[in-house]
Design a binder for this molecule. Structure first.
Ligand SMILES: NC(=O)C1=CN([C@@H]2O[C@H](COP(=O)(O)OP(=O)(O)OC[C@H]3O[C@@H](n4cnc5c(N)ncnc54)[C@H](OP(=O)(O)O)[C@@H]3O)[C@@H](O)[C@H]2O)C=CC1
Ligand SMILES: Nc1nc(=O)c2c([nH]1)NC[C@@H]1CN(c3ccc(C(=O)N[C@@H](CCC(=O)O)C(=O)O)cc3)C=[N+]21
Length: 315
């Protein structure tokens, strides 16, 4: 008898056994499920969810993120509306645009793309979004309810949900684990740290004033970086076997790329992959799942509006 087993030696670039967490495929699965639920909603109530995006100014990065969001909507059958306003318009014009979407019953989610031009009061504009349509989860009441254990927010910010989804889908235990979040913004760092605590992780937060951040990350089972600083997290910052979630999406000059720049994360991937047990790449990690979570929040909002759900989903 001959054994037909073949020994295949695969040459890999990295001296690593790290699992590369595939955000694109996680996002695709989520979109598939959302598309099915949107079809069911259409059959049940004759309506689909609607997402309105307010884009002020002409930053190229913001324009491309907004394009991804609209494309995501198209893929799952969510209606999208876009208000494009010039960067030199007044704050009142932006608030008026938000108010019109607040009153439009076909709109279930409103997103004001950040950053806004410098002369605008971000808090005033974001507070104008009605709580029931705050699919970004930036409204103070949604943030406060996320922070309080006895309460539940209507919406959790999409990037924070994406980080949790990637960890949970990768089978990574959170209870009692030491997780370090780098960054404390309302978009990523703060909501991620709050959501992790709801999953009973022990959370350290690093920000721009933290001294010796690498001493904290080296003790961490999981490191989530959302600083917006390319290659901030070096291999020497990580303990062997750590899980690394890289939220950073930083454009760096690259004359060989079509656009003259390419995207890189906060984590020095080539170094981290040698130590990590699992790691997200940039691009193709957290980003696509963040967009999928925006679609999920919009669907959840529409379900509440049409009486197909009575409360927001469990966190
Ligand atoms: N992939 C995705 O889905 C998403 C990616 N992003 C990306 O994530 C990154 C962060 O975004 P966002 O939170 O909006 O950015 P912000 O600039 O609002 O916040 C950055 C945070 O990082 C901290 N920070 C900055 N520099 C350092 C440093 N050297 N060491 C430690 N902490 C530091 C800041 O500290 P302090 O508070 O002290 O100033 C701040 O809390 C960006 O690259 C952004 O493009 C954002 C959203 C979604
Ligand atoms: N109101 C508001 N809500 C936000 O959630 C918000 C915002 N403003 N302003 C900017 C940041 C940034 N952000 C990203 C979302 C997806 C990708 C994403 O899909 N990234 C792809 C990159 C694809 C590419 O360009 O090649 C990836 O990482 O694979 C990136 C960044 C949301 N943000």
């Amino acid at each position: 008898m001959f054994c037909t087993c073949a020994f295949v030696f695969v040459v890999v670039d990295y001296d690593s056994t790290a699992t590369i967490i595939d955000g694109k495929s996680v996002a695709e699965d989520i979109r598939f499920q959302i598309a099915e639920e949107v079809r069911q909603m259409k059959n049940a109530v004759g309506h689909v969810p609607g997402l309105a995006v307010v884009l002020v100014g002409d930053r190229r990065d913001s324009e491309s993120y907004v394009r991804y969001k609209i494309k995501g909507c198209e893929e799952v059958g969510i209606k999208s509306l876009l208000a494009e306003l010039p960067g030199n318009c007044t704050e009142d014009v932006v608030v008026d645009s938000v108010s019109r979407f607040n009153e439009d019953p076909s709109v279930h989610g409103i997103l004001v793309q950040l950053p806004l031009p410098q002369h605008m009061d971000e808090e005033r504009i974001l507070s104008a979004i009605s709580l029931e349509k705050d699919v970004d989860g930036f409204h103070p009441l949604n943030v406060g309810n996320l922070a309080l254990r006895s309460r539940k927010p209507l919406f959790v910010p999409c990037a924070a949900k994406a980080c949790l989804e990637l960890l949970l889908q990768s089978g990574i235990e959170l209870m009692g684990k030491h997780v370090t979040v780098i960054g404390r913004s309302k978009v990523v760092g703060l909501p991620t740290s709050l959501l992790l605590q709801r999953h009973h992780a022990t959370v350290s937060i690093i920000h721009a004033f933290t001294t010796n951040p690498e001493e904290i990350t080296r003790q961490s089972d999981i490191v989530i970086s959302a600083a917006g600083v390319a290659n901030l997290v070096r291999g020497s910052w990580l303990k062997k076997g750590a899980v690394v979630i890289d939220v950073g999406t930083n454009p760096i000059e690259d004359p060989t790329s079509d656009y003259g720049y390419r995207l890189t994360g906060d984590v020095c991937f080539e170094e981290a992959v040698k130590l990590a047990s699992a790691i997200t790449p940039v691009p193709g990690g957290v980003g696509p799942v963040t967009i999928a979570m925006l679609l999920a929040n919009t669907l959840d909002s529409a379900k509440l509006a049409y009486g197909l759900a009575t409360e927001s989903p469990e966190l």
